[in-house]
Unconditional design. Structure first.
Lengths: 1020, 485
């Protein structure tokens, strides 16, 4: 400290002594010699400096000769120039294409990517522009190693499930998502083109977010203006259409009728169709259901800045129809955003931002028994959409769930409107040279209005969807949350080599909400025009009946500190400790401490390293820490009267106070120990960059809801088992990303990026009775097909293995004889009621009979590896990009077949067993009782796929721009989801609900559409 | 100056923030905490409503009890439709019967809700307290009686809730002790309630006495049974409904014959996800006619279908036959109604409790039928009293009079028998009077006639059902399985 002061004094004295000060003037431009306003020009080791004006000019008086000027500007390489005399300088800043000099957001601050010690990935606005996603999540898939995104549906506005480095919990595995520090649960409200960057914290360095960090953290920064930036206006628009990528081949009317007859005869019943001639191909229900659907988007953004302030404003409108149901699954989004920042004083800064979003989403029945696509696949093709009287045809005899899908669509009126206002404001104050105090407040307010009208409908006798009394349900839910952060930073470089940054902060978070709603009946004229609560009768509140608390209030109180230190910019160290208190846990376990630490070494900065050789940059880094997860229901630690206690006195329903779920005062947060080691490399003149990581995450104290003894009263309405900490899951894997970027000629730039992630997931223990947690559903009334169980991946599929099809009775007799011999029971059967043509299950435990104990691992929905390949070519005025995503080694359960005597089937049944030797894959058809519909590997398919996710070709005009105010005019065409290579026979191999246990089961998944767009970008 | 001010504000803000104490995260739940709940009469009344609620889930006891008997077959869509019920019908019990497990845990849900009130019975005094406790204790006895009928000895605590983990150490209480507790509860209830309740659906003195008489009868305590049942007959406000055909219609609920009736409603929706949460009578939809289209009735799932043998048990001219049994083929021929043939189709439906038109059909309409379950009818009281008198050797004349009162209402002539013949006549009358109401299996068991009447019934084993294997495991295999399982 003293030496520093002394040396400063020395410099001061010497400069006075020589007294050779000059005035330095100059212009700063980019490589195209266009002026750059707002460049920081600083005399090194002083606070003397200036920034360039609108024309890129600067002037600094009294600059000592031989002092060094440092030019810095975001996105450009820093430049140092020694002052020789007072001549005018022409400075050319070179654009920084090296990603390692990017700034990354690491939570409560930013850091140069070069100096980070954690596994942080960045997706830039450039990538988002190239993909034109309608939702932010779509821009993450395959772009970032270790991040897996699966759309829960292809319907417009549908949510996606994001998992970072595997599924680490049986509960809520969603990462924490912060938009400008603001907690956002629903990304559909964000316009992707408002985003400047997406940063993903994948390892222990996410520990700065403590109890919420175990599933990873995604930090989204929105676009803002720059100081001294002239007003720029960007307008972009695209329009196009979407279509289904696939139709599942099912039987046509004639084939169907023949198979139905065969099945009835095999079941000892009369054939249903006496004459199949003239049935032809019948109705293709998928053709009836799918349509080509329009999509268009418009957005305009203004930004700019003055000497001490910046501003930005953006507005956008998106409307997208669905490929199923068209307008009945429309999603419309309107967003408005404004931000402003100002330096009130040089050391006192203020920024504020406001978002407003309105979305309107129309919903239809999806991914369920009896959903629109499920019905389209199972509906009788001999029936027309309408009968001879013009009424919708009725699906008589096809089971209680299968109905005419067009009639179903016609009777669907379901929409959700969201109005959301988000805002944040922050102050930062710099004092005593090295200290900065900063406070931010972020708040969200949203109103979610739902409305469902169910008109009187008869889809056939006994159908579960029949409505005898028209009904309207209106819900109104309000959610509020705010985050208040305050922190103090101390940032100082000692002796030019010891770079120390200390952060000390606190954060409070509160989220509250209330659910209200009414249900009313007997809508006049059965008409949607009259469908509102005011005109309904027998109106009742819907929250009363389910006996649940319509309000919630969860809070978090945190203190954290982070120390970052580096020596000469090459030995890097960072440590974080956070203390979190969460309302989710009881008084004794309310607070947790989350320590993490990380180290890095930039080997390429060592003297012995020749960075002019093959290798230009080499960093090795490692991190370890403990992160938490508190995403469980509130108040599991205390026994509350939040059960359902409803009875009827004097013919009126009355609700009382009933005990809710059994309390467990001992519950504490899930704890994740996470380790990461990685390298960042650049080589061959920085043309190649590589990032590779190995990680291992062990989640302990998983919050599970085990089955408990019925005597505890858990079977009463609204009661239930307690939440307990019992289970352990491990995820480990590799991430590897390589990029190649080269400006080959002036006209030709090529960039190729590839990344691959492997994940091995294993459940280490589950401390519930039986040692497993079941989930998911298959068929009707069958055991849950998915399990979380020690020794297997989380949510693996469990059922019977098949060993072909029984060809002859002799084959069955031999097995029965063996079963009798082993068990000593003469009536023992190998497989209940098996007949030739039935699937032959494998006797896994070799006890001679097929029973519960023969159920075994049949696959799991977790891919062994996922990879993304991005190709980008700029040639003259053309730009081209293509993006391929692949997922390997995930299984999918085919569960869109109802298997009733009269439901339609896949064309695979044309190759069914009809006699010895005919088929060893597809069983016979019969209406008799068989076990062929039991969950077995017959229904489990390989879900691996390679998909051309997006292709885009653009052309930027420059000929006639010179005389106009336009600085950019680009048109492009793009196609997304162009083709998919897969063996999976369903609509979409990405089919999943995203549930940790029960995901990967396809019930007629709404496929992701293929989209063709024509777009325009303007800038002036 | 400005500089100082800003600095001051910034520091102040920081201090303010850091002083945000740990109590920020002390959030009081909106719902009351169970340990501090009982402070006013309203709290007790409110908890009592919740203690009545599990009565709704006894639909399962009724339908499964009937299926277990020789009155009906399981039916349904196919041999694998509700496998637990099919097993019970066939008297083939596997250790994993989820329906038996439901019954076990739903009835314990009821016991816990009543014990919750009893645990805090001494918190405050208020004028209606004895009435609240009397209703509570009746309900506890009702749920306990169900568990004892189905499972025999049961883990049992009184006046407190089970504690998490206690299942690993508590033993099964012999059923005699549980019966003793039921008797005590029901005597208290009878002493502290009146014959007419302020609201229909509430427990009355008559209900408590009738259940007490039934509990005695199940223990062959004929004198005690006869005495308390005769008290109901003599002093209670009950009589037989003159026109038996109106008995089970929804516009004749809580009638003069109803001693205790489980109250259902069609006003709230329900789903298969939580059958015990339905405020409707779930059994009615399950009993209903498969894919029915036609007058009067509505579609259902064709379970619990009466067999020819019980249909022929009715004497000629018995008015009750066409009320209890729907001959679907004859009905379809008369009315043009259509229906589908389900599994184990017998041609008959349990007409007392099948879906009828005219209710609100709140979704899922099969689960929200409003038909009240007439749990204890005066006819049942008369027949139980007759049986107690006869089998206890306490007066066949009076017994015969009660029996003939039931017969006359059905338009049948008096019988005039005594001794064992009278016993058999009473048994026979019970069967036809109460068919479809879930009593038959337990009547056969308690009178030792089950193995003669029910195919596959093994004496010494099938009197009670197996405790579901998972429940044994969840209690750390702390309890012995019932004999023979």
């Amino acid at each position: 400290m003293i030496t520093k002061h002394l040396s400063f004094l020395f410099v001061l004295i010497t400069s006075f002594a020589f007294c050779q000060d000059v005035t330095v003037k100059g212009t700063v431009t980019d490589e195209a010699f266009l002026p750059i306003p707002g460049v920081n020009v600083l005399v090194k080791n002083t606070s003397q400096g200036a920034s360039t004006d609108f024309d890129g000019n600067f002037e600094i008086k009294n600059v000592p000769v031989n002092s060094v000027l440092v030019f810095t500007y975001l996105g450009y390489k820093d430049l140092e120039v020694t002052v020789k005399d007072g001549s005018t300088l022409s400075i050319v800043l070179i654009e920084d294409t090296e990603s390692l000099d990017e700034v990354v957001v690491i939570g409560y601050g930013t850091q140069r990517k070069k100096e980070t010690t954690g596994a942080v990935s960045v997706v830039s606005s450039e990538t988002i522009e190239k993909l034109q996603p309608t939702r932010v999540e779509q821009a993450l898939q395959g772009q970032v190693a270790g991040v897996n995104v699966s759309a829960n549906s292809g319907s417009p506005g549908a949510a996606s499930t994001i998992s970072i480095r595997g599924v680490s919990t049986n509960g809520d595995s969603r990462p924490l998502i912060l938009v400008d520090g603001n907690v956002i649960e629903d990304l559909s409200t964000i316009n992707p083109s408002d985003i400047e960057s997406v940063n993903v914290l994948k390892d222990a360095t996410a520990g700065i977010y403590g109890v919420r960090a175990a599933n990873g953290v995604i930090l989204i920064t929105t676009k803002s203006g720059r100081k001294e930036m002239p007003l720029t206006v960007e307008y972009s628009a695209y329009a196009g259409f979407q279509e289904t990528t696939r139709k599942i081949p099912v039987l046509n009317a004639t084939e169907y009728a023949l198979l139905v007859n065969e099945a009835f005869v095999a079941g000892g019943q009369d054939p249903q169709f006496s004459d199949v001639t003239g049935l032809g191909v019948g109705t293709d229900w998928q053709d009836e259901v799918f349509e080509s659907a329009p999509i268009f988007n418009n957005s305009i953004a203004l930004k700019g800045g003055k000497e001490k302030s910046t501003y930005a404003f953006a507005s956008s409108f998106l409307s997208q129809d669905g490929i199923v149901g068209g307008k009945k699954s429309n999603f419309t989004r309107f967003t408005q955003r404004g931000n402003y920042s100002v330096d009130i004083l040089d050391n006192f800064k203020f920024n504020a931002q406001v978002f407003y979003t309105h979305t309107n989403k129309r919903n239809l029945s999806e991914s369920a028994l009896g959903s629109v696509l499920f019905n389209a696949l199972n509906m009788d093709p001999t029936k027309g959409v309408r009968d001879s009287n013009g009424a919708f045809s009725i699906a008589e005899g096809l089971g209680n769930e299968v109905i005419n899908p067009i009639a179903q669509l016609a009777g669907t009126y379901d929409r959700t409107k969201v109005d959301k206002v988000s805002g944040n404001a922050g102050l930062s104050y710099n004092f005593l040279d090295y200290f900065t105090v900063q406070t931010n407040i972020q708040a969200n307010y949203s109103e979610v209005k739902g409305k469902v009208f169910r008109p009187v409908a008869n889809f056939g006798s006994g159908k579960v969807f029949n409505i005898d009394r028209s009904e309207v349900v209106e819900t109104f839910n309000v959610f509020r949350d705010y985050t208040f952060d305050a922190f103090l930073k101390y940032e100082r470089v000692f002796n030019d080599v010891h770079d120390l940054k200390v952060l000390l902060g606190t954060s409070i978070f509160q989220t509250t909400g209330i659910f209200t709603g009414d249900r009313g009946f007997n809508i006049r004229d059965n008409s949607v025009e009259n469908a509102n609560i005011d005109q309904a009768s027998n109106v009742e509140s819907i929250n009363q009946e389910i006996g649940f608390d319509p309000r919630f209030d969860s809070r978090l109180l945190s203190y954290f500190t982070r120390v970052q230190y580096n020596y000469k910019g090459k030995y890097l160290f960072s440590a974080v400790i956070r203390r979190d208190g969460s309302t989710k846990f009881g008084p004794e376990n309310r607070f947790g401490y989350f320590p993490t630490g990380s180290l890095g070494w930039i080997m390429s900065d060592e003297d012995f390293f020749n960075d002019d050789g093959f290798m230009n940059f080499f960093k090795i880094r490692a991190s370890y820490g403990i992160l938490g997860n508190d995403r469980i229901a509130d108040f599991g630690f205390v026994s509350l009267l939040d059960g359902e206690g409803t009875y009827v006195f004097d013919d009126a329903i009355i609700s009382g106070a009933a005990l809710g779920p059994v309390a467990n005062p001992e519950i504490r947060w899930e704890k994740q120990r996470t380790f990461d080691i990685g390298v960042d490399l650049k080589f061959l003149d920085n043309k190649f960059d590589v990032t590779a990581d190995y990680f291992k995450k062990t989640t302990e104290d998983l919050l599970v809801v085990p089955q408990v003894s019925g005597i505890l009263g858990v079977g009463a309405p609204g009661a239930g088992p307690p939440v307990v900490n019992g289970g352990e899951v491990e995820n480990k894997g590799f991430e590897f990303a390589i990029g190649y970027t080269n400006q080959i000629t002036d006209d030709f730039r090529l960039s190729v990026r590839y990344n691959v992630t492997t994940i091995s997931n294993e459940v280490l223990s589950v401390n519930t009775e039986g040692g497993f947690i079941p989930g998911g559903s298959f068929g009707v009334g069958q055991d849950p097909p998915s399990r979380m169980e020690a020794g297997f991946p989380i949510g693996y599929f469990r059922g019977f293995k098949t060993d072909g099809v029984f060809q002859t009775q002799a084959e069955i007799d031999a097995l029965n004889a063996n079963a009798a011999a082993i068990s000593g029971d003469d009536d023992a059967q190998y497989q209940t009621n098996a007949q030739p043509g039935d699937l032959r299950f494998t006797d896994v435990n070799n006890d001679g009979v097929i029973d519960e104990d023969d159920k075994t691992y049949l696959g799991d929905p977790i891919p062994d590896a996922t990879m993304g390949l991005n190709l980008s070519i700029d040639y003259k005025n053309f730009d081209f990009s293509a993006y391929v995503f692949a997922s390997i080694g995930n299984e999918i359960v085919r569960n869109y077949e109802r298997n009733q005597p009269l439901t339609n089937r896949s064309v695979a049944f044309l190759d069914r067993w009809t006699g010895p030797g005919t088929s060893n894959t597809n069983p016979r058809v019969t209406t008799g009782a068989t076990q062929n519909a039991l969950f077995s590997d017959f229904f489990v398919e390989d879900g691996s796929f390679v998909r051309l996710q997006n292709v885009q070709i653009g052309y930027s005009f420059d000929e006639f721009l010179e005389n106009s105010k336009l600085s950019k005019l680009r048109v492009y065409i793009s196609a997304s989801n162009l083709f998919t290579l897969t063996k999976y026979r369903g609509y979409d191999p990405t089919a999943s609900t995203g549930d940790p246990i029960g995901g990967g089961i396809d019930q007629g998944f709404y496929p992701s559409p293929r989209t063709y767009l024509l777009g325009l970008n303007l800038k002036f | 100056m400005k500089y100082i001010k800003i600095k001051y504000i910034a520091t102040l803000t920081l201090i303010m923030v850091f002083s945000c104490g740990d109590d920020f995260i002390d959030v009081e739940p909106q719902a009351a905490s169970s340990d501090t709940f009982f402070n006013t009469e309203e709290d007790y009344q409110s908890a009592l409503v919740a203690a009545y609620d599990p009565l709704h889930s006894t639909y399962l006891n009724v339908i499964m009890g009937e299926i277990a008997s020789d009155n009906t077959l399981c039916g349904g869509e196919s041999a694998t439709d509700v496998p637990g019920w099919q097993e019970i019908d066939d008297m083939i019990h596997t250790p994993t019967n989820s329906n038996l497990r439901d019954l076990w845990s739903w009835m314990y849900g009821g016991i816990n809700r009543t014990n919750f009130i009893m645990e805090f019975q001494n918190n405050i005094e208020f004028p209606n307290k004895n009435s609240v406790l009397a209703q509570t204790r009746f309900l506890r006895a009702y749920y306990s009686f169900e568990l004892v009928k189905w499972f025999g000895d049961i883990p049992y605590v009184v006046d407190r809730r089970f504690v998490l983990g206690e299942e690993f150490s508590i033993n099964r209480t012999p059923k005699a002790e549980v019966y003793a507790q039921m008797e005590e509860d029901l005597i208290f209830a009878a002493d502290n309630l009146t014959y007419t309740a302020p609201e229909s659906g509430r427990v009355t003195k008559g209900a408590a006495q009738a259940l007490l008489g039934k509990v005695y009868l199940y223990q062959d305590k004929f004198a005690e049974s006869a005495s308390v049942l005769q008290d109901v007959i003599t002093n209670g406000p009950y009589d037989l409904v003159e026109d038996y055909t109106t008995m089970f219609e929804n516009d004749n609920e809580n009638n003069i014959e109803s001693v205790f009736e489980v109250q259902y409603s069609d006003q709230e929706g329900a789903s298969f996800d939580c059958l015990q949460c339905s405020e409707g009578n779930v059994a009615v939809g399950f009993n209903g006619i498969r894919n029915y289209t036609g007058p009067v009735f509505e579609s259902g799932f064709s379970f619990n279908v009466p067999v020819e043998e019980v249909v022929s048990a009715f004497e000629d001219g018995d008015e009750r036959k066409d009320v209890a049994i729907l001959d679907i083929d004859a009905w379809a021929a008369d009315t043009g109604a259509t229906f589908a043939v389900g599994y184990e189709h017998t041609g008959y439906y349990n007409r007392k409790y099948i879906s009828r038109q005219g209710d609100l059909n709140t979704g899922d309409a099969n689960l929200t039928n409003p038909n009240n379950y007439r749990a204890i009818r005066f006819a049942d009281v008369l027949l139980m009293a007759a049986e107690a008198l006869n089998r206890g050797g306490l007066g066949d004349m009076q017994a015969l009079q009660y029996l003939n009162r039931v017969r006359n209402r059905a338009n049948l002539l008096d019988v005039n028998v005594s001794g064992t013949n009278l016993t058999n006549a009473i048994y026979k009358e019970r069967r036809v009077e109460l068919v479809g109401e879930g009593h038959r299996f337990f009547d056969l068991v308690r009178t030792g006639r089950a193995s003669q009447e029910i195919d596959g019934f093994q004496s010494g084993k099938h009197e009670v059902f197996p405790i579901p294997l998972i429940e044994l495991q969840l209690a750390g295999n702390n309890w012995d399985q019932n004999l023979g399982y």
